[in-house]
Design a protein around this ligand. Structure first.
Ligand code: HEM
Length: 477
């Protein structure tokens, strides 16, 4: 008798025929996964439809997958949205691991999102921030929808950097198109989990995705066309379309690179940058508003380092240590991408004595890690000072804090995202004293989460810019 030793897979709940554990995850997938992981442990296996899924919920587990076995888990799963909207997975975010992704990633980090490129847009960021501060100054004493203001600030900045123009101001409905794309991308699709049901399109999502793809493609074609015919001003910073077009025309790319690739990358960057930084800023400001002592400490630091005679400049950011702790604490409690973006294993692999088969989907529950009492004392409390005693960083070196992921698939826009988040939080706290509307007290600020492609606030953040704190109305620096 040949007795085959059964391979040990990570523990997890038993699934039902066909749907597996799909019925166990509802609208609040983060809480659901967190609850199930409490029973089965930090490396847990499930089955969503026909897809094997591994959920990692501790720093140790995250390190196993994102560092020790990084290469094996560096791919992305197939999804209908990447097929219909992102040019058959030609974008960076959802492309499979392989030479194409490696080349695109290199292009992104070395050319599109390099430090030099980010620096070249510094004056544009300053200008946009002055417009926002001016608006708030004119609305002193009035209730302002800060969610809306921050979101359009971020959308305008993304557009200026990527396309060289604020397309959001033109009535093209592009903002709505991108928002709906993000909404659809976040909805669980039957076809992604039970592929043979995909053809029936029972939820009507494939049809809607195809409908959305058309105007998005027309918009991107129009942008490219305008760039082909535009008068080039040598003093103006080259936007990302310019850079991509130059690469395409030079024929220097060592991989296939045509209009479809340019459009896929443009859409990728737009979607990846538009809501991420603004959502982080909103959460961090909400926490600061709920904690007046933190607001005061931040303002004191700003007064000490920047002074009341001018606005915050990007060069100040490195010297703002308390701000740095506030930003880390904000990302700990409110990671924008709480499950990162799903990874997929490219071959069978052994992790911690468990067998994990090729084609498994990996979710890293960064949200649960940030709230784990074994890692963080009093995890529910917003306490930036906790970072005084520990030098945990948020750039992917420490697995307790992973807002940008870690390893090969970590966020290539981290430097840009962090610059925007730090600058915006610093500026709004430095320039204004804030008040809550309708006699609300700090602890009344609603912190309900809404899970989507990013983990956003369920309610818009409504606040009153009470008074302008600076002694000069123009930036004298
Ligand atoms: C606060 C802002 C941001 C946060 C918190 C954030 C977070 C993330 C996370 C968690 C991932 C997935 C990592 C993984 O799957 O392991 C990611 C991927 C990515 N991000 Fe960001 N991001 C931000 C801003 C940006 C910006 C500004 C850009 C570009 C303009 C960008 C471009 C990308 C791209 C292209 C990927 C996919 C990388 C790949 O699959 O190889 N991100 N980001």
């Amino acid at each position: 008798l040949i007795c085959k030793k059964k391979k040990k897979i990570p523990p997890g709940p038993r699934g039902l025929p066909l749907i597996g554990n799909l019925h166990m995850v509802g609208k609040n997938i983060l809480h659901d996964l967190h609850k199930i992981a409490k029973k089965y442990g930090p490396i847990m296996s499930m089955r969503l439809g026909l897809v094997p899924v591994i959920v990692a919920s501790s720093p140790y587990a995250a390190q196993q997958f994102l560092k020790n076995h990084d290469l094996v888990f560096s791919s992305r799963p197939y999804s209908e949205v990447s097929q219909y909207i992102f040019y058959d997975q030609r974008n960076l975010v959802s492309s499979k691991y392989g030479p194409y992704w490696r080349n695109m990633r290199k292009l992104c980090t070395l050319q599109l999102l390099s430090n030099a490129k980010i620096h070249s847009f510094q004056s544009m960021r300053k200008q946009e921030l002055e417009i926002l501060v001016d608006f708030l100054k004119q609305h002193r004493g009035v209730v302002v929808d800060l969610t809306d203001k921050i979101s359009s600030f971020s959308a305008n900045m993304s557009c200026l950097m990527i396309f060289g123009k604020k397309y959001m101001d033109e009535d093209l409905g592009i903002n709505e198109l991108v928002k709906e794309t993000m909404c659809i991308a976040a909805r669980p699709k039957l076809g992604d989990y039970i592929p043979f049901l995909g053809v029936f399109d029972l939820q009507g999502l494939s049809r809607r995705m195809k409908e959305l793809a058309k105007p998005l493609d027309e918009f991107l074609e129009r942008v490219i066309d305008e760039h082909l015919h535009k008068f080039s001003d040598k003093n103006q910073a080259k936007d990302i379309v310019d850079t991509l077009m130059a690469i395409m025309h030079s024929n220097e790319a060592e991989f296939e690179f045509d209009h479809r690739h340019v459009k896929a990358v443009l859409l990728d960057l737009l979607v990846a940058s538009m809501d991420t930084s603004s959502t982080a800023v909103e959460w961090i400001l909400s926490e600061v508003l709920r904690h007046p002592d933190v607001m005061k400490k931040l303002q004191n630091e700003m007064e000490r380092v920047v002074g009341r005679n001018r606005m915050v400049e990007e060069m100040d950011l490195e010297s703002l240590e308390y701000l740095d702790m506030v930003i880390k604490e904000g990302f700990r409690l409110h990671p924008v991408a709480p499950l990162l973006i799903p990874h997929e294993s490219i071959e069978d692999c052994r992790v911690d004595d468990f067998h994990i088969r090729k084609g498994s989907r990996l979710l890293i529950n960064v949200w649960a890690i940030g709230r784990d009492p074994n890692v963080w004392p009093e995890p529910e409390k917003f306490k930036p000072e906790r970072f005084l005693e520990c030098n945990i960083d948020l750039r992917g070196r420490d697995f307790q804090l992973l807002p940008f992921g870690s390893g090969r698939r970590s966020c290539p826009g981290m430097q840009l995202g962090l610059t925007i988040v730090r600058l915006l939080v610093a500026q709004l706290v430095h320039c204004f004293d804030w008040e809550l509307p309708n006699g609300m007290i700090p602890k009344d600020v609603d912190m309900t989460e809404k899970f989507g492609l990013v983990l956003a606030r369920a309610q818009h953040l409504m606040v009153i810019p009470k008074s302008y704190r600076l002694k000069f109305s123009q930036n004298k620096c």
